[in-house]
Design a binder for this molecule. Structure first.
Ligand code: TXA
Ligand code: MG
Length: 328
């Protein structure tokens, strides 16, 4: 399902950065250096571009992505910063620190970027090329590490090319990254800041700024098992997978051009992609689940989605949303 494109590589002069910004605006994928590792960037507001990013990485799961911003002023448009988050941003941005904060109302970020969560991970990278790209683009950029899923994170443009050639439109070659490990991720979501992932900023430096010890995340909130976050969005309604008819009172999450018996009586209908396009379906997944949930049905009938390409991640998400759970 992966579209093969001719990957361009360029030294990051002003022309290449302008080209990269145009590529992002057109929904393309740009690999760029940050001080930690190379990121695989897409427009954070463009769900289909983010879906293609997942396809390029071959990630079998949707887990939330880091939204890159030029500075704290930009970050405040997308997340709600409590005094601890403000202090950490002031101390370490731009730099190798990611802050997870409540998502701002009306933040112009695709639901796929945050995997449907009500929180958002924000980072202002220090690398001059990342900064130039963010400013030339003028929007926010989601960027997981620019490697195929399961491979090690890339610290040179050469690593990116080895892993993703043909799957990324443009690689900005800014030489080897200086830190070589991912950003530290700190959650600022409640009374205490939590360490979600160790990384480029040492724990002790963070604790010195906030004046107390970092807490451990509650049970399974650690992002070490991507997509398993306890706080992941789960619809209130039950999901009935592989539905071949719509029963009384059900909402319908459709896929493809076919209709199901009983579909006309569904209390609400959303189609992930009427043409059966998995990229479009991935881009719509979280927003459609939310919309059907809001319609108030107790059960959402879900049509089968082929388990190929992005279908694997879509089905993973649907299965986990369908699994019985105890609501808080
Ligand atoms: O250094 C870095 O952070 C690099 C560069 C490119 O910026 N990016 C990076 O992204 O490491 P990625 O996708 O490999 O890792 C993002 C991590 C994941 O473990 C994800 O679960 C976590 O951030 N994350 C993102 N949003 C989150 C949220 N709302 N709550 C908790 N964890 C979140
Ligand atoms: Mg990674």
């Amino acid at each position: 399902m992966q579209t093969q494109t001719a990957t361009r590589a360029a030294l990051p002069d002003a022309t290449a950065v302008a080209d990269a910004a145009r590529t992002l605006r057109a929904g393309g994928l740009v690999a760029f250096p940050t001080e930690t590792v190379y990121g695989l960037g897409a427009d954070a507001a463009n769900g289909e571009a983010i879906a293609r990013l997942y396809a390029a990485k071959g990630r079998p799961r949707f887990n939330p992505l880091i939204v890159h911003v030029p500075d704290i002023a930009a970050a405040r448009r997308f997340g709600v910063f409590d005094p601890t988050a403000e202090r950490l941003a002031a101390a370490f941005w731009p730099g190798p620190l990611t802050l997870v904060v409540p998502r701002a109302k009306d933040a112009a970020i695709s639901e796929l970027a945050t995997a449907g969560l009500d929180t958002v991970a924000l980072r202002a990278p220090a690398h001059p090329v990342a900064q130039q790209l963010l400013r030339a683009f003028g929007g926010t950029i989601v960027a997981p590490s620019a490697n195929r899923s399961g491979h090690v994170s890339p610290t040179t443009a050469q690593h990116v090319a080895e892993d993703l050639s043909g799957a990324v439109d443009l690689i900005l070659d800014g030489g080897a990254t200086t830190i070589g490990m991912e950003s530290t991720i700190v959650g600022c979501l409640g009374d205490h800041a939590t360490l979600l992932r160790p990384g480029g900023v040492p724990r002790s430096e963070i604790e010195a700024v906030i004046g107390e010890a970092l807490h451990e995340p509650a049970t399974s909130a650690a992002p070490t098992a991507p997509g398993q976050l306890a706080s992941h969005y789960a619809p209130r309604a039950g999901l009935r997978l592989a539905a071949c008819e719509v029963r009384d009172g059900e909402a319908l999450l459709a896929f493809g051009p076919a209709t199901l018996p009983g579909a006309r009586n569904a209390c609400a209908v959303c189609n992930l992609s009427a043409s059966g396009d998995l990229v479009e379906a991935a881009a719509n997944l979280f927003a459609h689940l939310r919309a059907l949930d809001a319609a108030g049905a107790t059960t959402i009938a879900v049509m089968p989605v082929p388990n190929e390409g992005l279908g694997e991640a879509i089905n993973d998400r649907l299965r986990r949303a369908a699994a019985p759970r105890t609501l808080p």
